[in-house]
Design a binder for this molecule. Sequence first.
Ligand SMILES: Cc1ncc(COP(=O)(O)O)c(C=O)c1O
Length: 317
Amino acid sequence: MAKSAPFAWMNGSLVPWEQATLHIATECVLRGENVFEGERAYWSEEEQELFMFRHAEHIARLRQGAKIMRMTIPYTDAEIEAACIELIRACGYRGSVHFRPVVYFDQGELTDYLPEEIRTGMFILAFSKPTTKAVHQGVRSCVSTWRRNSDLASPSRIKAGSNYHNSRLAYIDARLNGFQIPILLNEAGKVAEGPGACFMMVRGGKLITPPVTADILESITRDTLIELARAELGLEVIERDVDRTELYICDEAFFCGSGHEVTPIVSVDHYDVGDGKPGPLTRRIQSLYFDVVSGRVPRYRHWLTPVYGAAKAQAAE
Ligand SMILES: Cc1ncc(COP(=O)(O)O)c(C=O)c1O
């Protein structure tokens, strides 16, 4: 079923959901010409506050995406932050939120326009998004028949909207074959990532994940977990190429991303991962992640931006 919310934010102001529309002649509609972010805000029951997680890093990546795609973002970081807060507040969410700032091209002539020859717009969507069953139970995975799109053809390290045709083909193919979330290999035949999340595995007590040069999105959750695993769990974390057959003999595996959070992988191509249940280290990483994003670990509070508190402070000024 299509998702909806009371409001969206579009080109400078809040608009009722039904009025947040783009013309069919925009490059965004015609060719998927946009870059976007997928962020989360987490509700803290103790503090009665919603926290955006690593918002600054998401906006930094949005700017990198826009730079590579030669787009000019028409708002400052402070304006984008204020817009995200305004939207989430207007929707009144008091639970986990997924929100999506999107920078898009309006109408253009052919596709050879320079950035200054086409209008760039921006909108933000925000949805209520509780943690899924898959995060608790794990998912059955497979090696996709599709390859992750190569950085030689389009920039896999950023969230360009058109990259997600590749993701969708891989998801659908996996579902039709009875799996939940596939793992894509890159053109070199090494493990890249999932269609909407990065990949990590445990072998011999070490956490292993493909490098950022393996045609993966430069994931903020991946970066977060690498830091937490080293600093808080004392794990050795290795960024290296991963072979297909390692998927079949690893002790534990999981996907990580703002949307998929930390989702255990319980089998790959019908081979059980470990004992076919979410692994113990995966569980520890998961629980630490949820503590951090919800504000329960003081050392990582600098990663959080309060939604209602900031707004209260603004109102008091
Ligand atoms: C293709 C892909 N890889 C990885 C990720 C994880 O990135 P992040 O942790 O920044 O959400 C995403 C998230 O949306 C994604 O779409």
